[in-house]
Design a protein around this ligand. Structure first.
Ligand code: CA
Ligand code: CA
Length: 227
């Protein structure tokens, strides 16, 4: 009888071990599943990926100069576009800068500088019109240079950056919209002349001013690398 009990005990022990082993295996599988799920959910909820990308910009310029004669008490328009600046449709435009300069060109003695107002019309070109750093108008009465700037591609500064919050596809889509910069940009120049003291003499007048507009399109392409 003693031997029979021993065999039974042994079988029961073996059975218990198997139950325990199964239980522990199940516990390990369950814990592993929860751990993987937890980290996956954290990943999804934070929107972060273990993959990081570096985005680098390759910049270029297209520039030109226009001389515009504006009669007293009137205005002239300067029109610019991709076509006029010889920029192909695939090239991205970051921003456009203008340097407007003039001097008194009448040649008359003591002829003071004229009043000049320059303004970019907020229509015609697809651009980042609400960018707070835009300078869309300037005035001068003393022949000072005027600088205007229009940011065309939203969020473009030319600064390289790294991110793990976007996928490769999202980054590429973000910097590939060539619709920005399409259309025509109109810059209006107003002149009101200030006459020389000798203007009482009919032959000595100041009827106009010659305005020089230097413009530069800041262009870019980009590269994304995984690291
Ligand atoms: Ca003058
Ligand atoms: Ca003048």
């Amino acid at each position: 009888m003693k031997d029979e009990f021993s065999i039974l005990d042994f079988l029961m022990e073996d059975y218990s071990r198997r139950i325990l082993a199964c239980f522990l295996s199940l516990l390990m599988i369950t814990l592993s599943f929860h751990a993987i799920s937890f980290f996956y959910v954290v990943d999804v909820e934070t929107g972060e990926s273990s993959i990081s990308y570096s985005v680098s910009f390759i910049s270029n310029e297209s520039s030109g100069q226009d001389l515009i004669l504006v009669a007293d008490d009137s205005s002239e328009n300067l029109i610019l576009s991709r076509e006029i600046a010889s920029i192909d449709e695939q090239t991205k435009i970051g921003y456009i800068e203008f340097l407007v300069s003039y001097s008194e060109s009448s040649g008359e003695f003591l002829d003071p500088c004229d009043d000049v107002h320059v303004e970019i019309s907020t229509s015609g070109m697809i651009a980042d019109w609400s960018n707070p750093n835009n300078i869309l108008s300037e005035s001068s009465s003393d022949c000072d240079e005027m600088i205007l700037i229009l940011y065309v591609y939203p969020n473009y500064s030319g600064e390289n950056y790294s991110t793990n919050e976007s996928s490769m596809e999202e980054i590429q889509n973000n910097w590939s919209d060539t619709s920005f910069g399409s259309g025509e940009l109109t810059v209006t120049i107003d002149v009101n002349t200030n006459p020389p003291p000798t203007s009482a003499i009919p032959s000595i007048q100041d009827d106009d001013e010659e305005i020089i507009v230097d413009w530069t399109f800041h262009l870019f392409d980009f590269q994304v690398d995984e690291f």
